[in-house]
Design a protein around this ligand. Structure first.
Ligand SMILES: NC(=O)c1ccc[n+]([C@@H]2O[C@H](COP(=O)([O-])OP(=O)(O)OC[C@H]3O[C@@H](n4cnc5c(N)ncnc54)[C@H](OP(=O)(O)O)[C@@H]3O)[C@@H](O)[C@H]2O)c1
Length: 339
């Protein structure tokens, strides 16, 4: 679909009144800017003072005793579209407006032995649909995209199934907003998270923006595949991706996470889709779920691809504890920890 058409698409659920929502150059929930566009200012505008404070760029930022970055009371907020706008916390204790980036940076994510911490992020309608017309964007909205970008910005790697890549017009992760970019720099993380695509068929276009449009300083995406993958497709992807075989006919996700751990990933964000989610949950490889409840009903039995997990019943219910709920504009942003 032409980019202009995508750009004009209303970000609403069926039947909802279409409001004028600023959607500059956005193509999907998974991308904010088209190639060649500048993301908002970067860590290059900021410098750390001897006292531990960071100044410049977006105002005054300070590192607290846990090494977490916060804006000082005197700090001022730079008005950047899609960034820095606030949400409210309604659980555990209600707050006034808070920045989703600061909330996410406060989260504790200690990797278990031998693999990274795995968090899963999905958006679903109140009746559990994860797609409308084959994509997730009509379930999303400005606040969801802010929370989504904050989560993306906090992790080392983003794990995604090939079905989602094909459906959602994936692009390279963009530079996170300033607060998160600065924290990444202090923590020694790469400027942007690295994408890891899981595919047995390798039915992926090597000329797609996901591969073609990355920053030249970023490592290429990882494509995790199987030893029986078609050799010709593998040969076409190898110049643009790091292709890793983890299994004969099906990628062994435990093995893949061990590989990612070996190359330094401490946090991995799984962005779906439901097929990959189900396998990760069934294998006990998920530590946290960040679920956006989108205020709408779609009918149709959970959308084209079912709900958050596509697969047979789990052998036992995975118990979750509710850690946090944020809200804005009727959306709920729930953080669950796997018990
Ligand atoms: N609401 C949301 O937040 C959200 C988030 C993500 C996706 N979605 C939607 O979900 C839909 C796609 O769902 P899906 O469940 O079909 O897609 P998926 O999980 O993204 O992808 C499934 C594909 O991933 C590959 N794969 C997964 N596990 C594998 C393994 N262990 N070994 C080898 N390959 C593996 C296979 O690719 P090959 O076929 O290439 O072998 C498989 O066909 C899209 O419509 C998307 O819009 C919604």
């Amino acid at each position: 679909m032409a980019e202009a058409q995508v750009e004009d698409r209303p970000q609403t659920l069926p039947g909802e009144v279409v409001r004028s929502v600023p959607t500059p150059n956005r193509t999907s929930r998974y991308d904010g800017f088209l190639p060649g566009q500048s993301p908002p200012a970067t860590e290059g505008n900021l410098r750390m003072l001897p006292c531990g404070q960071i100044e410049g760029g977006v105002g005054d930022l300070a590192v607290d005793e846990r090494g977490l970055l916060h804006r000082t009371p005197s700090g001022r907020r730079r008005p950047t579209e899609g960034y820095g706008r606030r949400v409210r916390r309604i659980h555990p204790e209600p707050t006034g407006d808070i920045d989703p980036a600061e909330v996410v940076l406060d989260d504790d994510r200690q990797a278990p032995p031998g693999r990274p911490w795995v968090l899963m992020n999905m958006v679903a309608s109140v009746d559990g649909a994860t797609t409308v017309g084959g994509r997730s964007e009509k379930l999303s909205g400005p606040a969801d995209r802010r929370v989504f970008r904050a989560l993306r910005g906090s992790v080392d790697m983003i794990l995604v199934g090939a079905g989602t890549v094909r459906a959602e017009d994936y692009r390279p992760p963009r530079t996170p907003e300033d607060t998160i970019a600065t924290k990444r720099s202090i923590d020694g993380q790469d400027a942007r998270p690295r994408l890891v695509v899981v595919s047995a068929s390798l039915d992926l276009d090597p000329e797609a923006p996901l591969f073609a449009d990355r920053e030249s300083t970023d490592p290429p995406p990882i494509v995790a595949t199987v030893t029986t993958a078609p050799a010709e497709r593998r040969a076409r992807l190898e110049p643009v991706a790091e292709v890793v075989a983890c299994g004969e006919t099906c990628v062994d996700l435990t093995g893949l996470l061990a590989v990612l751990d070996d190359i330094g990933a401490r946090t991995v964000l799984c962005e779906g889709g439901p097929d990959l989610n189900h396998q990760l949950v069934a294998a006990g490889l998920v530590d946290e779920l960040c679920i956006t409840v989108s205020p709408g009903l779609t009918g149709g039995g959970g959308g084209d691809y079912g709900s958050l997990l596509a697969g047979p019943p789990l052998s036992a219910t995975t118990r979750l504890s509710l850690d946090r709920v944020l809200t804005e504009d009727g959306f709920l942003f729930c953080r669950y920890l796997v018990s």
